[in-house]
Design a protein around this ligand. Structure first.
Ligand code: SF4
Length: 361
């Protein structure tokens, strides 16, 4: 749902101005799935809108639910036939979080990540990014799921800062009071370290949370896990994060996936502390330790006691550390597991009319 395009369409078709408000209310507040659920619209208008301006730019290919019921993964089909994945998580009985994608695949190719295996096909448009949230809101309303979708994390498929313009526009839509009306502080964008975009992001979205997928704090090791480190090594990243902290005075989240024998030694913990200290005051940095989810052959998860030992070493040095809950492992919907195995890229299907492909890398 592109609210700007809707308004232009209504104007071009000589519809009264109040129609836009009626439709926005129904779509963004009542979460209707179809124009037929808006009885205040004349029947002929409902039919034309359904044909010419579908509410969603994505459609569900399939939805999987985890055994504990706390995670759902949707494979969504885009208008050009390509597929992406998005996840809905229930970390508490009242709170729902969605993890959304910004690209079809990803060019960064982190060695432990299933999405990285796909390579990059294209970036998503702002509408395709924001529509993942709208899709889940409709799903929650239809299925009568308890809880409210309060949090959005850009940690699905893709590197958000390699689709910067589309991601920025989607953030404006999510926080627009006339559209999604979400609280900026409940939205997080995670980057693998596109340093030049970190400063811009801090200036443009100082209220939105920034997470850095760090995973190692020594250049050689980080390069082997996150190849982007060659372009933006740790020194450059630390400088970008210092600038961000000066600009926003907001906490930065350092994401750290725990891989047995790769990045989980006490020496690695020491390096992480040093890196954090080089970025700014420790109270403004928060480390999230993530138990590795099976995604790529040859990578093994750190055992729980070793994660706790690593956590203790960081805590001792004054860093705030959380071991993240892992929801949705059994449906391959947890961190690093998103992979659309049966990518369909029909050559005879044109790019969607009127929709940009976003600002890809
Ligand atoms: S971890 Fe993120 S940045 Fe790295 S390959 Fe996967 S999706 Fe891309």
């Amino acid at each position: 749902m592109d609210a700007g395009r809707l308004e232009s369409w209504l104007e071009e078709n000589a519809e009264p101005k109040y129609r836009a408000a009626q439709i926005r209310q129904a779509v963004f507040k009542d979460h209707v799935s179809s124009y037929d659920e808006i009885p205040t619209l004349p029947l002929a208008l409902r039919k034309r809108l359904s044909r010419e301006l579908p509410i969603l730019s994505v459609s569900p290919d399939r939805i999987e639910i985890s055994r504990d019921g706390r995670a759902r993964k949707a494979v969504l089909r885009l208008s050009d036939g390509r597929l992406i994945e998005t996840v809905l998580l229930k970390p508490s009985p009242t709170r729902l979080t969605t993890c959304i994608s910004s690209q079809v695949g990803c060019a960064i190719r982190c060695s432990f990540c299933a999405t990285g295996l796909m390579g990059l096909t294209r970036s998503l448009s702002a509408e395709e990014i924001a529509d993942q949230v709208l899709f889940w809101r409709q799903h929650i309303a239809r299925e009568g799921i308890q809880g409210f979708l309060t949090n959005v994390v850009y940690m699905g498929m893709g590197e958000p800062f390699n689709a910067y313009n589309a991601v920025a526009e989607s953030l404006r839509r999510l926080t627009d009071q006339r559209q999604f009306a979400m609280a900026a502080r409940r939205i997080s964008v995670s980057t693998s370290g596109v340093a030049p975009k970190i400063a811009r992001f801090g200036q443009e979205f100082p209220q939105i949370n920034l997470a850095l997928s760090l995973h190692a704090a020594e250049d050689g090791l980080r390069e082997s896990l996150v190849p982007l480190n060659k372009a933006y090594p740790l020194k450059v990243l630390a400088q970008a994060l210092r600038g961000y902290l000066q600009e926003t005075n907001r906490k930065i989240f350092l994401e750290y996936v725990m891989l047995h024998g790769r990045n989980d030694s006490l020496q690695n913990a020491k390096e992480l502390v040093q890196f954090a200290k080089s970025c700014g005051p420790l109270p403004l940095l928060h480390v999230n330790l993530i138990a590795y989810n099976e995604a790529v052959p040859g990578q093994v998860a750190t055992a729980e006691p070793d994660i706790r030992r690593f956590q203790a070493a960081l805590l001792k040095e004054g860093l705030a550390v959380t071991v993240r809950q892992n929801l949705g492992r059994d449906i391959h919907g947890a961190c690093g597991q998103l992979l659309v195995g049966e990518m369909k890229t029909p050559r005879n299907v044109a790019a969607p009319a009127g929709r940009g492909a976003g600002a890809g890398s």
